[in-house]
Design a protein around this ligand. Structure first.
Ligand code: SAM
Length: 216
């Protein structure tokens, strides 16, 4: 996927399609990120979440892994100077390059896991889960196919439109959602809380890696 061609319009395409609904998903668990110290954000996009995180958390050191140079440029532009010193941008493919660090207490993926086929998502989630400290959190915003006939039909229509758009505009290879919830669960994470919107088409979730058992 090459998001460079759409980076400048990405926000406006999103607002045209969904209004502020995706924005609300990204920020649903923002308050729970206020105490994080080492944060890894994958596929940040144009920096709207990063700017909000920087505004409520003035100590975290943040690694951003993003494959699009144009998105990184936009994200940099949204960061106030003092916060910029705590953020490192890594212009790299999260599937191929090693992670910039090996111990985070917060991982953030907003509308990122949906960019991958199931086997790639499985590999990436396993790698990321290993880099999450025991007790650490993983904030996810995603699309999903809810249960219920009409809600599922509604979601499938939107997913078809979105995958078609991103295939044409960015060369996205994935064709359908990976089973990210099952993969997170298989990686040992526990779903702590979730909020759904738009007939279940969108969901914000916070997953947690269980704290290591206390050894007497
Ligand atoms: C659908 S956009 C989501 C952007 C933003 N997180 C949001 O909430 O809207 C996916 C983002 O992930 C980035 N991306 C896709 N595949 C990637 C990869 N393999 N490695 C790093 N970034 C990737 C894209 O460049 C894009 O900015």
């Amino acid at each position: 996927m090459n998001a460079d061609p759409i980076a400048a319009f990405y926000r406006w395409i999103e607002y045209a399609a969904f209004g502020k609904a995706l924005e609300r998903r990204r920020f649903a668990f923002l308050s729970r990120t206020a105490c994080a110290r080492r944060v890894l954000i994958l596929g940040e996009g144009d920096g709207r979440f990063l700017a909000r995180l920087a505004a409520i958390n003035d100590t975290a050191r943040v690694d951003v892994v993003e494959a699009s140079a144009a998105m990184i440029e936009l994200a940099r532009g949204r960061l106030p100077q003092p916060a910029a010193r705590r953020v490192r941008f890594h212009h790299q493919d999260a599937l191929r390059a090693p992670l910039p660090g090996d111990s985070y207490d917060l991982i953030v993926t907003h509308f990122f896991l949906d960019c991958f086929a199931a086997d790639d998502a499985a590999r990436m989630i396993a790698t990321l889960a290993a880099a999450l400290q025991p007790g650490g959190g993983w904030v996810v915003s995603e699309f999903q196919e809810p249960s219920g006939r009409l809600a599922r039909l509604h979601a499938r229509l939107w997913l078809f439109l979105m995958y078609t758009f991103f295939r044409l505009a960015t060369g996205l290879a994935a064709r359908e959602l990976p089973p990210y919830a099952a993969l997170l669960s298989r990686a040992g994470l526990v779903l702590e809380d979730q909020r759904q919107a738009r007939w279940g088409l969108m969901v914000s979730q916070i997953w947690r890696k269980p704290a290591a058992a206390n050894v007497p």
